[in-house]
Design a protein around this ligand. Structure first.
Ligand SMILES: *[C@@H]1O[C@H](CO)[C@@H](O)[C@H](O)[C@H]1NC(C)=O
Ligand SMILES: CC(=O)N[C@H]1CO[C@H](CO)[C@@H](O)[C@@H]1O
Length: 219
């Protein structure tokens, strides 16, 4: 217990030291840029694929005319790309400098566990609430949710999938005491923010069109 208190007292000092010497603990090398590239690639890929589907129905056509199958194929592709990206991130962390005061700190480890655990809860519960087609851009295939999901985790956050994913990156970075991971997590957040600029208005448009159609049928 006294050890933890000692650590807690030293922590602000360690954080200031890291902040003022940050460039000593990050290497902006080729692997770093490759990691940024693979993080950026995923949302760009799924936005292009989904819009292509919406405009041409190409994935549905390639899936024997089944939008559901088309969406599942896209889901598997996006999921696999995500696993590859996580692997690239893990490899990057291995080759980057470690900030020992973080790596050795029980408090930071505990915080990392909470951040990672909470991030995972957000991702998994939103997937569960939305289902596969709801999670993986089903609306672009014409597979719409009957009503807006408002339960957990959507009652505590507007974008639990993206925020949760960002927290998983951050939690991993803290756990291994890798300052570069904090930079990467910021980048992940910004990429998702940009993706939302494209996705939110588009989704709103698709649902508005559906509601208009329903309304015109009801009168
Ligand atoms: C994270 O959550 C906040 C608060 O709901 C939201 O404004 C933001 O767009 C989300 N960011 C991302 C990248 O998901
Ligand atoms: C290596 C290095 O740059 N060390 C600096 C880290 O930051 C402290 C101030 O917090 C400086 O005193 C060190 O010189």
């Amino acid at each position: 217990m006294s050890y933890l208190i000692e650590e807690l007292i030293e922590l602000p000092q360690d954080i200031i030291y890291l902040a003022t010497n940050f460039t000593h603990y990050v290497k902006f090398d080729q692997q770093f840029y490759y990691t940024l590239g693979s993080i950026a690639f995923n949302p760009i890929f799924w936005n292009i694929a989904a819009r292509l589907e919406y405009n041409t129905r190409i994935l549905t056509k390639l899936s024997f005319g089944s939008p559901k199958l088309g969406c599942y194929v896209l889901a598997i592709t996006i999921f696999s790309l995500g696993i590859y990206r996580d692997h690239v991130y893990q490899q990057l962390l291995l080759n980057q400098p470690t900030y020992l005061p973080f790596e050795e700190s029980l408090i930071i480890k505990g915080l990392a566990g909470i951040v990672f655990g909470f991030g995972n809860i957000l991702v998994l519960t939103s997937m569960y609430a939305l289902g596969i087609t709801g999670t993986y851009l089903g609306d672009y295939f014409g597979i719409l949710m009957t009503e807006r999901v408002t339960g957990f985790p959507f009652n505590i956050n507007d974008n639990p999938m993206y925020n949760g994913s960002t927290l998983c990156f951050l939690g991993t970075a803290l756990w291994y005491g890798k300052p570069i991971g904090i930079v990467i997590s910021l980048f992940v957040y910004v990429m998702y923010k940009i993706a939302l600029l494209f996705e939110e208005p588009f989704t709103a448009k698709i649902y508005a069109a559906r509601d208009e159609e329903l309304a015109s049928k009801n009168v």
